[in-house]
Design a protein around this ligand. Structure first.
Ligand code: ATP
Length: 336
């Protein structure tokens, strides 16, 4: 069954960008197991697309408050490393939004059960919400791809289910899903504290040009924080130089100020990352830094042409290299 033929019912699509950490300082481990952070997030022009549609009889109320019981399915496998069940962050977002909107029972169903060949399924009386993920953000790469999908699902389902929550309301729901999700709901540029969920907008003028260098093997975030616990100590580095460079559109100053306390922890697990970062600097980058918990490395350049040049020089050193610009906006809602 093709997506467009699901029901002819309502459908929305959200384009959502990945995030960069231009600055990330770890201020220690908290009693709740999370780490206390000071970080500057910025959205970047690598996008996932999340579509959400309703399958069911026309005219049935789909607002969670009207339905009380709902069923959600993932349309198809979104690729290697992406969970296809309830652990998928987009499904967790559907649950969180449903519960905020008063749904008492939100069940996850296997999309294969929606195939018309299955005589057990009564399509006429079984409304489903179907979520379809088209991923372009690298998985397990420190670019918050799963969190971006969760944010996009919140925005899409808020529209599809007519929940009428504001972006601020969605941010509050997002904090229950994961630390990066509240930022992904708003996008742009923000200073985050706490476990990354307390956000203050940061002024950013102009556009910055990046080379995004990804590895073929993901680096689990939990392993990197465990390595930080064993190998690193708290410092008090401040984000002021990054904030100033963003305000004055100064790529050279930004390149010098890029900072990530997780680098030694990630480099202890993957020593070649240090050499690759240094190679990006030798190739002419103004600055190079690990993205979040890695293993993606980000190289800042002075222009789009310079980014293309670094890309060409470095393409054989990485699984994939892509040019991108920042800041990107937040999640954008479109008709299907
Ligand atoms: P983190 O936000 O933990 O730093 P990350 O940015 O490094 O993660 P993600 O692409 O978000 O990387 O994937 C982290 C893990 O989240 C994956 O290993 C995967 O098992 C899980 N995950 C859940 N839902 C998704 C999703 N929709 N897309 C990608 N990964 C997902």
């Amino acid at each position: 069954m093709r997506w467009g033929r699901t029901s002819g019912g309502p459908c929305v699509s959200v384009r959502v960008p990945a995030k960069l950490n231009l600055f990330l300082s770890v201020r220690g481990r908290r009693p709740d197991g999370y780490h206390e952070l000071v970080t500057v997030f910025q959205s970047v022009s690598l996008y996932d697309r999340v579509r959400a549609g309703l399958i069911g009889p026309p005219g049935q109320g789909h607002h969670p408050a009207a339905r009380r019981r709902m069923r959600v399915a993932l349309w198809h496998d979104a690729g290697p490393g992406v969970p296809s069940g309830t652990e998928n962050l987009a499904v967790r977002a559907a649950r969180a939004l449903g519960s905020a909107a008063g749904v008492i029972d939100l069940a996850f169903v296997d999309a294969r059960a929606l195939r018309p060949a299955d005589p057990e399924v009564d399509h006429a009386s079984s409304p489903y919400t179907v979520i379809d993920l088209r991923k372009s953000i690298p998985v397990g790469a420190g670019m918050a791809g799963g969190s971006a999908d969760a944010a996009a699902a919140l925005v899409a389902l808020n529209e599809l289910w007519a929940c009428e929550l504001s972006r601020d309301d969605l941010r509050a729901v997002a904090a229950h899903i994961g630390s990066d999700v509240p930022f992904c709901v708003v996008g742009g540029t923000a200073l985050a504290t706490g476990r990354g969920t307390a956000l203050a907008q940061v002024l950013c003028r102009g556009t910055f040009h990046w080379v995004v260098c990804t590895a073929d093997q993901p680096l689990p975030t939990a392993d990197v924080y465990r390595s930080w616990d064993h190998n690193c100590t708290v410092n008090e580095v401040q984000p002021d130089a990054v904030v100033q460079a963003l305000r004055t559109t100064d790529p050279e100053a930004l390149g010098a100020a890029l900072h990530n306390d997780l680098e030694p922890a990630a480099f202890a697990l993957r020593p070649q990352l240090r050499e690759q970062r240094d190679a990006l600097l030798d190739a002419g980058a103004l600055g190079a830094v690990l993205s979040g918990s890695g293993p993606t490395l980000l190289a800042l350049t002075e222009s789009a042409e310079a980014a293309t040049g670094v890309c060409k020089l470095m393409e054989s050193d990485f699984h994939s290299v892509r040019v991108a610009t920042s800041p990107a906006g937040g999640p954008e809602l479109h008709p299907c």
